[in-house]
Write a protein that binds this ligand. Structure first.
Ligand SMILES: Nc1ncnc2c1ncn2[C@@H]1O[C@H](COP(=O)(O)OP(=O)(O)O)[C@@H](O)[C@H]1O
Ligand SMILES: [Mg+2]
Length: 236
């Protein structure tokens, strides 16, 4: 297998991600304490849903887990590595090699084809074009969109767009898949299809953290945690 790991620790057998008393304070007036001392342990292979109402700190927590944001106090360990000790370029390299993201609004490039959108996932890892194309095609097959590779996102349904975004997120074989309200823009039928896809990915061993305000969606995950006003409570 071709491994390009440079920063992470894929063989680490402890929790893949661990938040230790993490706070996040947004400065301003008024200042907002979005996370108030969060402790969370995510094991490899977990499929975890974080449920909470709007403004409860879900996206802040997911951005922290995804190395897009930093704790104000406390520590985030990824694969045993204290991420606050990483230089910015190592954080970016670790994010690129190990973490995939799916967002509510898909974040696809409208002027690029489905295949091109998914191929962009491989750029960070320094893979060549042929390898990125092969991985992109495989990922699109995995989400059932091999017949849409040359389409443009604007010609696809919302559910199909989200499947493209999921293909992009998994094309690089991340070790942690993070999803921020992935069904938030979808109708019920498409939400169900996306939840089935996440369940399949979870069953295949991928570690998934999904945030949602919808307890029906959260029930599809293997574990659930609730967040309210920047604090977690474990449900199961
Ligand atoms: N960049 C920011 N600057 C200031 N306040 C922010 C910022 N991001 C989030 N917040 C505040 O932090 C709280 C939690 O936000 P967020 O994590 O986005 O919640 P959720 O995703 O659960 O809706 C909210 O009160 C929000 O207004
Ligand atoms: Mg949010």
């Amino acid at each position: 297998m071709n491994t390009v790991s440079t920063v992470g620790n894929p063989d680490y057998d402890g929790p893949i991600a661990m938040l230790d008393d993490v706070t996040r304070l947004f400065a301003g007036s008024p200042q907002v304490l979005a996370l108030r001392g969060v402790n969370l342990r995510i094991e490899r292979g977990d499929y975890l849903a974080i449920i909470g109402p709007s403004g409860s700190g879900k996206s802040t927590m997911l951005n922290t887990l995804g190395l897009l944001d930093r704790p104000s106090t406390g520590t985030y360990y990824f694969e045993g590595i204290n991420t606050s000790e990483l230089a910015d370029d190592d954080r970016a390299a670790l994010r690129g090699e190990a973490i995939g993201f799916v967002f509510q609004s898909f974040h696809l490039m409208p002027k690029r084809t489905v295949l091109e959108n998914v191929m962009l996932a491989g750029t960070y890892a320094g893979r060549n074009r042929a390898e990125r194309e092969e991985r992109a095609r495989q990922a699109l097959k995995r989400v059932g969109l091999q017949h849409r590779v040359n389409f443009y996102p604007t010609t696809l349904s919302g559910g199909e767009r989200q499947r493209v975004a999921i293909a992009r997120a998994i094309a690089n074989e991340p070790r942690l898949l993070l999803a921020d309200e992935p069904t938030g823009n979808l109708d019920r039928r498409n939400s169900e299809l996306i939840m089935e896809l996440f369940a399949e990915l979870g069953a295949s061993g991928l570690t998934i953290v999904m945030i949602t305000h919808d307890s029906h969606v959260a029930e599809a995950a293997q574990k659930q945690v609730r967040i309210a006003d920047g604090l977690l409570t474990e449900l199961t």
